[in-house]
Design a protein. Structure first.
Length: 272
């Protein structure tokens, strides 16, 4: 069983590498005809089908004693693969991602932020950056798609890392009220002009500032974050001044379900 799992992981890793390679090749296609677009769409669809199928096999073959956290992460990977497949289907088309493509459920933002600390540990260490997370287990649950919120958070935090000079600090804070939860990410980077802030969430917009360690600069991450948040009934914004860093914030509705009425009220405000 262990050998089979290792082989599956190797195959999955190879499929992901092929997918990344195909996505990078898209950057070199300045003009893509309908036939070329169809070919790329088909190739990416095949890679994603393989990835999703391997994850399904791993979930099917997992023993009953398998670690619950690992199984949960595999389910997230399966859902992310589905979201990527929806995106691939839209290549060259007008159709957009729709709310029905999302899995709207209660989301534990506190756990997600803790995972983000581990996820970005290497990038932070490489630039000698310190990440401070001001959140607690009392943070109420969000109401949205977990993978979509993870994409939003990853885009904002990775941008803060990308544009921060070495040995600086990044702060993540969480606040909430009866209707929504707000997450703020503040950095000590070069900041943004008013003109850049006005176009920040448009597709293909790149900043005048350059990443401090030659990281790639695509111009689509924040536009994607905005689109995903709007599908979840959320919003994203930026507050910044040149030379004074930037604060990116996003707000998502608080989880509200009949089965879990306690999520209607922030834990700190609940009666003992």
């Amino acid at each position: 069983m262990d050998a089979d799992k290792l082989q599956l992981m190797d195959t999955l890793r190879e499929a992901q590498e092929r997918l990344h390679s195909a996505m990078h090749q898209l950057d070199d296609l300045t003009v893509m005809g309908a036939e070329a677009m169809a070919m790329v769409r088909h190739a990416l669809h095949d890679y994603l089908s393989l990835t999703g199928g391997l994850v399904d096999l791993m979930l099917t073959d997992a023993p009953q004693s398998a670690d619950a956290t690992m199984l949960d992460r595999l389910h997230v990977l399966r859902h992310v693969t589905d979201l990527m497949a929806h995106t691939v289907e839209r290549l060259g088309l007008i159709a957009s991602l729709k709310r029905e493509h999302l899995h709207i459920t209660p989301i534990n933002l506190y756990a997600m932020l803790r995972n983000a600390q581990r996820y970005f540990a290497y990038s932070l260490q490489r630039k000698q950056l310190t990440l401070h997370v001001d959140a607690s287990e009392q943070t109420p649950y969000l109401w949205g798609d977990r993978s979509a919120v993870a994409v939003v958070l990853a885009n904002i935090v990775s941008n803060a890392i990308k544009y921060s000079p070495a040995a600086k600090h990044i702060w993540i804070g969480v606040t909430w009220d009866h209707a929504s939860v707000t997450c703020l990410v503040r950095d000590e980077g070069p900041g943004l002009s008013a003109e850049e802030q006005a176009r920040l969430f448009e597709r293909g917009v790149t900043l005048s500032s350059r990443p401090t360690a030659n990281e790639p600069q695509q111009g689509y991450g924040l536009a994607l974050a905005r689109e995903l948040l709007e599908l979840m009934g959320g919003v994203i914004w930026c507050e910044s001044r040149l030379g004074a860093g930037a604060t990116f914030g996003f707000r998502v509705p608080i989880a509200q379900t009949a089965e879990h009425p306690e999520w209607l009220t922030p834990p700190s405000a609940r009666p003992a």
